[in-house]
Design a protein around this ligand. Structure first.
Ligand code: ATP
Ligand code: MG
Length: 577
């Protein structure tokens, strides 16, 4: 491809709305253009990267026995009503009606559609296991579409669904996919980590892992142990309860006047006791249910855990002040668990049950209670792990030291069990002719997000730095002038030869200053650049520049093409460059 012909509109300015480097660089390097919030057009170079990632994914899915299909984007509401997810999915789902007023959605995910296919086509145990996948646009009307391809409303996903006879076989499918995912992200040249994850709206009880590309700009917080292999999304990370709160109240009990002292910080300052001696009481509204959640004063409530333990709720939110007044007859800021009517459900974090003596709101304006003990002064209906873990705490598996990192979730695998097959009645006949439910799993790769993550991990002040495997092209040939015939004809020869050798090559044939060409080549991030200038050429040489290391070598014209072919082949076969 010649740059003069390539639709590659580069920008000198960073678009104001682009907050993260991948979004900025994809806009500047002419890889994408925005059509609407979270909806993008892919230009030729961007699309080439997408197709390469797709191809790696496809090869790894096929290698595990996956069969590629194509499922509809427009899906009938009836199927989603069968599983109950038409209501649960909420405003993230794009909904539409046809001319007959029938309801449809644009597929945010495809469990319903594919289970419908399988329940119709699979009868016998002999047809299982079955691994079906597709690579297709998904539609989610995200609350905050942002960061370019990272969180789009239309985005590209590979989704595979596994269908098995029993839990053991289903586990085997899960293991295969976990394996395939490790290969996919390694082959894309990314530094990643598999972490234990919450199953969220997709559901299932058989476990889930997310694959996180580690990057500062990542939206997800990952917790990992520095001593063992434990790693989890912070939403999921388990907490080990510890008794650390001492008796700072020195025997004082009863009510204490705390005028306008409402927040944990204020109470801690006012009483001169650490936050670890306070109980934080938050009132929640989960659909129609009003309840209290208690954690130690220095902790944060983990709403994912709250939803899993006490829900699931379609809508979980903090209660409004009026709701607090009406259920507890108390001003917000002074809420506590003591003396609350039996109708109000109270859930306490494991640590609260371990607190020796605590201070909490008195359910009375301007008052707190001293020396309160869980189990004696109040009895939670449920005691469970409901809080966020913090770095520095002991690992729940080995007691080692927990650390945190930021990650971009580029894929997730779920063991679904029979959640969908039960609802949709997807069954098969076993070898004794008895009907059995199919065990399912689902496995997503965010293809377009993986492209963004690759840029987040591989860039410098000059632009993108593509790993060879997913680079839009392997190499760019840059003649520094078009006025020197020798330079131009050598560039043409090298360009032609490289293509014959299977090296994906771009030729910068524009009549531009060398500085402009180098800047654009660096911005796009071609892994290799051959610069052809009159001075070196007089000695029969051209310059090879490595984008990543900036390393430069002078090379004989006759040798350069074979050398580049070898560099590219080695990089592609070793999966690292
Ligand atoms: P998130 O928590 O980031 O919203 P998710 O857990 O809802 O993502 P999944 O249902 O697990 O997403 O989808 C599988 C993969 O699709 C994700 O791991 C992610 O890489 C990608 N993905 C999900 N939502 C988006 C989006 N809005 N834009 C781009 N990629 C996405
Ligand atoms: Mg996910």
């Amino acid at each position: 491809m010649r740059v003069s012909q390539l639709l590659n509109p580069t920008l000198r300015e960073v678009p104001a709305e682009a907050e993260v480097v991948s979004h900025q660089l994809m806009m500047r390097a002419g890889f994408i253009r925005k059509a609407a919030a979270g909806i993008y057009t892919y230009l030729p170079l961007g699309w080439r990267v997408i197709r390469k990632i797709e191809q790696i994914v496809r090869e790894e899915m096929d290698a595990k026995g996956g069969q590629e299909v194509m499922l509809p984007i427009v899906q009938p509401a009836e199927l989603w009503k069968e599983t109950g997810r038409w209501d649960v999915y909420g405003p993230e789902m794009f909904r539409l009606k046809d001319r007959h007023d029938r309801e449809f959605c644009l597929g945010p995910t495809h469990e319903e559609i594919i289970t419908d296919l399988v329940r119709g086509e699979v009868r016998s145990y002999k047809q299982l296991p079955l691994l079906l996948y597709q690579i297709q646009n998904k539609y989610r009307d995200e609350r905050r579409p942002r960061f370019g391809l990272m969180r789009g409303r239309e985005f590209i996903m590979k989704d595979l669904y596994s269908f098995d006879r029993d839990p053991e076989s289903s586990k085997e499918s899960y293991r295969k996919m976990y394996d395939a995912y490790e290969r996919i992200y390694s082959r894309c040249g990314l530094t990643y980590r598999a972490v234990e994850a919450d199953a969220g709206a997709i559901g299932g009880t058989g476990g889930s892992h997310e694959f996180m590309v580690l990057a500062e700009s990542g939206e997800a917080a990952v917790i990992f142990c520095s001593d063992c292999s434990y790693a989890a999304n912070v939403e999921k990370a388990e907490c080990s309860p510890r008794t650390v709160s001492g008796d700072h109240l020195q025997g004082k009990t009863g009510e204490i006047h705390t005028p306008a002292i409402k927040t944990i910080d204020q109470v801690s300052d006012f009483l001169g006791i650490p936050k670890t001696s306070l109980i934080k009481t938050l009132a929640y509204q989960g659909d129609d249910k009003f309840f209290l959640v208690l954690v130690r004063g220095d902790r944060e409530i983990n709403e994912i855990k709250v939803n899993n333990v006490l829900g699931p709720f379609v809508d979980l939110r903090l209660a409004e002040p009026e709701e607090i007044r009406s259920y507890l007859d108390c001003e917000p800021g002074f809420v506590g668990p003591v003396g609350v009517s039996g109708e109000v459900f109270i859930a306490a974090d494991l640590e609260v049950a371990e607190m020796k003596s605590a201070v909490c709101g008195a359910n009375k304006k301007d008052y707190h209670l001293l020396n309160v003990i869980c189990g004696k002064d109040f009895a939670p209906a449920q005691i469970a792990d409901l809080r966020m873990v913090t770095p520095g705490e002991p690992c729940p598996k080995c007691g080692g030291n927990l650390k945190d990192a930021r990650g971009i979730e580029v894929g997730q695998v779920f063991n679904l069990g029979t959640k969908y097959s039960e609802k949709l009645d997807a069954a098969y006949l076993d070898d004794k002719g008895k009907e059995q439910l199919i065990y399912m799993g689902c496995y997503g790769v965010g293809v377009s997000r993986t492209m963004a993550a690759a840029i987040e991990q591989n860039n410098d002040e000059n632009g993108m730095i593509w790993p060879m495997q997913i680079a839009p092209y392997h190499c760019i040939v840059v003649p520094v002038t078009l006025k020197d015939n020798e330079v131009v004809s050598t560039a043409e020869k090298i360009y032609t030869k490289l293509q014959e050798l299977g090296v994906e090559t771009v030729m910068d044939d524009r009549d531009e200053r060398p500085g402009v060409k180098f800047k654009d080549a660096d911005l796009v991030g071609y892994p290799l650049r051959i610069t052809i200038g009159p001075k070196a050429l007089a000695e029969g040489k051209v310059e090879l520049v490595y984008r990543k290391t900036k390393h430069t070598e002078l090379m004989k014209v006759e040798a350069v093409c074979e050398t580049i072919q070898k560099i590219v082949q080695d990089a592609l076969s070793s999966n690292c460059f």
